[in-house]
Design a binder for this molecule. Structure first.
Ligand SMILES: Cc1cc2nc3c(=O)[nH]c(=O)nc-3n(C[C@H](O)[C@H](O)[C@H](O)COP(=O)(O)O)c2cc1C
Ligand code: SF4
Length: 506
């Protein structure tokens, strides 16, 4: 009997290891021969631990499994049976390209990876010149999934054109945004796809070394990525002679130390060089003077992990999906107070309302939805009246929002949006790298000002507006520059929550 149990850390936090152990023990007791493969998560976090049994080539699911369910699952009598996993609405409605193998294969089984389309992209790229690879990425329309949405092909072109004795590929796996977990899930569930994407990036721009800057809060991802790099090297995918091509690319995993600002690319490069994680002034761009002063591609995990499927299926197939200037798929991460949280990969274009209400099923508490924060701690709190907005870069921007890394955190009507504005400002105060005054001092003053509003000081609100303007215009990076977005969106869309302190004072 073939069984699949996730090893993803969200599934483990919900008891997947215990369920796997109980299935082994129960099978032994009953004298059934079982083979358990540990996989990544399918992304339906509300169903984890999700056990799957293969029957005639079809995987049958059992959701929210506990160790006590083991006997019934093996006997086929469990009331937690969900039917074929691929037929579940959540799975059927996706366009899983970047995440196609996650939850399906053993993450560290290279043969399994190859059997499911892995390495086809790298093989194709090895037959192309650097410029042809860059052109293919441009044609795909891929834009950076780390937050800014910068066209990946254009960034690669700059590094390709730079003349230097050494160039680097740096993968940003700091994933600090609230409500985001796509980077972690792919590194735990399909690490070879990131390695393959980085190798293709290296071939494109002429870089022979790569680094994954991976946050220390992800011990499982660090362990799996490290092992995958060792395996890839031992099988000749990395090293002096990538797949026998005579071209070199090697990489290593570096652990971050837990600062949000180290996700900002120049701060990350400082940290990678062993320096304090402070933001560097731009120019020079990292593409020209990045790691150790050399031309460097800095890309998010999902950007790089999407490259292999673009080369496997062709740029046009990828570009055919999506809307406007947002091409291909977006990996939505649905979190917060929501009935069905998880990862959903789809062509750009779904509306926020469809995601929150239809996919997410509304709030977990069952109360009405009040707001959704899209794009991490620097994204706007959007009210329900904005839920028709399609989730595309420009489309969300037009509504005063930010797609960012596509994390969506949902709040119910019991949420005090003044408290959320305070939280956003305090986050900036705590995480500020301290290099520039509007952010370092402004965020501290901002928290004090919001406290004055809470206490009913009517003069403090225009002061907060002014302060946000200064932070937006005067900050060196997006931490100070974008914190006004959540703060002022709360003020604008939920004015009643900023009047309650006043009422209390009267
Ligand atoms: C404060 C701050 C934090 C950031 N954190 C991350 C992060 O955790 N992961 C990430 O990929 N990009 C993060 N970014 C964006 C990076 O600076 C950079 O744009 C990105 O790594 C480029 O890769 P991409 O083009 O593939 O998106 C952050 C930016 C700022 C200003
Ligand atoms: S905005 Fe904040 S985090 Fe960014 S450089 Fe200035 S002080 Fe540092």
């Amino acid at each position: 009997m073939k069984l699949y149990v996730p090893l993803d850390s969200a599934a483990k936090a919900l008891g997947a290891d215990e369920v796997a152990a109980a299935l082994v023990a129960e099978a032994e007791k009953q004298g059934i021969a079982v083979e358990i493969t540990r996989t990544g998560s399918r992304g339906m976090i509300w169903l984890e631990p999700l056990v799957e049994i293969e029957e005639n080539g079809t995987r049958m699911g059992f959701g929210t499994a506990t160790p006590e369910d083991a006997a019934a699952i093996l006997a086929g009598t469990s009331d937690k049976a969900l039917g074929p996993v691929e037929e579940l609405d959540w799975m059927k409605r996706q366009d899983r390209l970047t995440f196609a193998r996650v939850g399906v294969i053993d993450p560290l089984d290279l043969a399994d990876y190859e059997a499911h389309g892995g390495l086809a992209g790298l093989r194709r790229a090895l037959g192309m010149t650097g410029q042809e690879i860059v052109d293919e990425v441009k044609a795909s329309g891929l834009r950076g999934r780390g937050g800014a949405g910068f066209p990946t092909g254009i960034k690669w072109q700059t590094v390709h054109d730079a003349d230097a004795p050494q160039k680097y590929i740096v993968c940003n796996a700091d994933e600090g945004d609230s409500g985001t977990f796509a980077d972690r899930m792919i590194m735990e569930g399909d690490p070879f796809t990131l390695i393959e994407g980085m190798a293709i990036a290296g071939l494109a721009v002429g870089a022979t070394r790569g680094y994954v800057y991976l946050r220390s809060e992800y011990p499982d991802a660090i362990a799996i990525m490290s092992r995958a790099v060792e395996i890839a090297r031992s099988r000749g995918l990395l090293g002096a002679d990538v797949m026998g091509s005579g071209r070199a690319f090697d990489m290593e995993i570096r652990k971050g130390a837990g600062a949000y600002v180290c996700g900002e690319e120049t701060s990350l490069l400082n940290s990678l060089e062993g320096k304090r994680g402070v933001v560097r002034a731009k120019p020079p761009l990292p593409a020209l003077e990045g790691f150790l002063g050399r031309p460097t591609v800095v890309n998010n995990v999902i950007s790089l992990a999407t490259v292999p499927v673009i080369f496997e299926k062709g740029a046009q197939a990828y570009a055919d999906l999506g809307m406007g200037r947002s091409r291909g798929t977006v990996t939505l991460q649905i979190a917060g107070n929501v009935a069905r949280g998880g990862l959903f990969e789809t062509a750009f274009g779904l509306s926020l309302g469809e995601v929150v209400n239809d996919l997410g099923g509304g709030t977990m508490t069952g109360r009405p939805v009040k707001a959704a924060q899209v794009g991490g701690p620097l994204g706007a709190y959007l009210p329900v009246s904005k839920f028709d907005a399609p989730l595309g870069y420009e489309e969300l921007d037009a509504e005063g929002g930010l797609l960012g890394h596509a994390g969506i955190v949902i709040f119910d009507d019991a949420t005090d949006m003044l408290e959320m504005a305070r939280f956003a400002m305090e986050f900036c105060a705590v995480e500020s790298c301290g290099k520039c005054t509007p952010c370092r001092i402004g965020a501290v003053r901002g928290v004090e000002t919001i406290d004055r509003i809470a206490q009913g000081d009517g003069d403090a609100l225009p002061l907060l507006t002014d302060l946000c303007e200064v932070m937006k215009e005067g900050s060196l990076c997006a931490l100070g520059g974008f914190t006004p977005l959540p703060v002022m969106s709360a003020v604008t869309h939920f004015p009643d929550d900023f009047a309650h302190g006043k009422e209390a004072a009267e």
